[in-house]
Design a protein around this ligand. Structure first.
Ligand code: NAD
Length: 362
């Protein structure tokens, strides 16, 4: 079985993303595991499915393995769960030579990474993402964090993993709704700067939805490569990396407004990308058809493209003010000139944002 490898090369570290269909293949990173003390951080949904096979695979390396199981859900990506991880590390005498492994979706990857960034000012961690969204995006690039009650991902750090081990066969147990959410994030790369990839996705949509694993491995490798190209140029998001936030400022406000209960992250991002397209049209930087075109791609994967009118648009704009992309109280958003051509727009005024949200409600 072929393992696809995407190497991330940064000025201060290099690491590999290893993608295949085998459950859980650490052969490429054996040297990082030998005789190590390891804490696996997972949640109550993923652990019953994969904790045992993961622990088994680590036995080969003479590792001492302990685990912590957290509650499942974006609403638990908070200071309480982060503290539980730190308490666990303290109670079990974890120190700088020890290792954390995340086992779960983006929520677990982000929280484990942040605990690794903060414990003793930084310890090693390996990402083992099990949702499509985490495999194509959240586990790659070193952004770690938790939510604050005032907004999403407001607390965090940049901390790169030692490796990312992606086993596409975990997707067999991923609920269909979560799989679709992940597809929304893959489409994002096509909309930002990879128009040919968007076409590739369209051509292979049936096989992807049918969970053809060799093809899914290709899909994941392509996305990791696209993300790597951006992260290598701008690790700490002082410029081009912000393009990866297409639709996210809208999405974070939608998620906060609905208390992380009504939309998955990927669903909110899909709606947010439609809003970004509509705003681009309203501001005259894109052709009138852009929103329809983008909606069509999302609908091919049965993703939502509109918000219900019951959501208060004015309140969403207020929540957007808390996003990290607001600079000196003017909104900095990622817009599109066309599909595959995203750019950063500063000084977007709230009147235009409000009008856009209202026209994306039904
Ligand atoms: N750090 C980054 O660069 C980055 C990028 C994108 C998204 N994110 C973050 O990622 C999070 C969203 O990630 P997500 O969509 O994976 O959400 P998630 O972690 O909540 O996972 C979705 C659901 O699927 C379950 N699950 C995961 N893998 C499974 C499997 N193999 N089988 C059965 N169930 C499984 C989870 O337990 C959860 O219930 C958000 O918090 C977002 O902010 C971070």
């Amino acid at each position: 079985m072929n393992t696809q490898i995407v190497n991330i090369n940064l000025s201060h570290c290099n690491y590999g993303i290893f993608i295949n269909e085998k459950l859980f293949d650490f052969s490429a990173v054996a040297h990082l595991l030998n005789n190590r003390k390891i804490a696996i951080i997972s949640n109550e949904t993923v652990a019953p499915l994969y904790l045992e096979p993961l622990t088994q695979s680590l036995q080969e390396y003479n590792a001492t393995v302990q685990s912590l199981i957290l509650k499942d859900g974006e609403q638990y990506k908070n200071q309480t769960s982060w503290n539980l991880i730190l308490d666990f590390l303290a109670d079990n005498n974890f120190n700088r030579s020890d290792l954390l492994i995340s086992l779960g979706g983006g929520v677990i990857c982000d929280m484990t990474g942040f605990a690794a960034a903060s414990w003793m000012r930084g310890i090693d961690f390996i990402q083992v993402p099990t949702s499509l969204l985490a495999q194509v995006d959240a586990s790659v690039g070193g952004k770690t964090g938790i939510n604050h009650s005032k907004g999403k991902n407001l607390i965090g750090a940049f901390h790169q993993p030692l490796a990312v081990i992606i086993n596409a066969s975990t997707l067999k147990t991923l609920p269909e709704r979560e799989f679709k959410s992940g597809l929304g994030e893959t489409l994002k790369y096509g909309f930002i700067n990879q128009p040919r990839f968007k076409q590739w996705l369209q051509e292979h949509s049936k096989a992807i939805v049918g969970l053809n694993l060799p093809l899914i491995c290709q899909l994941i490798a392509k996305c990791c490569k696209y993300k790597k190209e951006i992260v290598q140029q701008d690790e700490k998001e002082s410029g081009i990396r912000a393009l990866l936030n297409l639709g996210h400022t809208f999405a974070h406000a939608i998620e906060t407004y609905t208390h992380y209960k009504e939309y998955t992250h990927g669903e909110a991002v899909a709606i947010g990308m439609v809003m970004a397209a509509q705003l681009s049209v309203n501001l005259g930087v894109a052709n009138d058809n852009l929103r329809k075109e983008l909606e069509k791609h999302l609908q091919d994967f049965n993703l939502l493209t509109k918000l219900p009118k019951t959501i208060n648009a004015t309140k969403l704009v207020e929540l957007m003010r808390l996003d990290k992309k607001v600079v000196n109280s003017s909104h900095r958003l990622i817009l599109l000139k066309s599909i595959g051509n995203a750019f950063i727009q500063n000084n977007v005024c709230e009147k235009d944002i409000l009008q856009t949200i209202l026209s994306c409600q039904h």
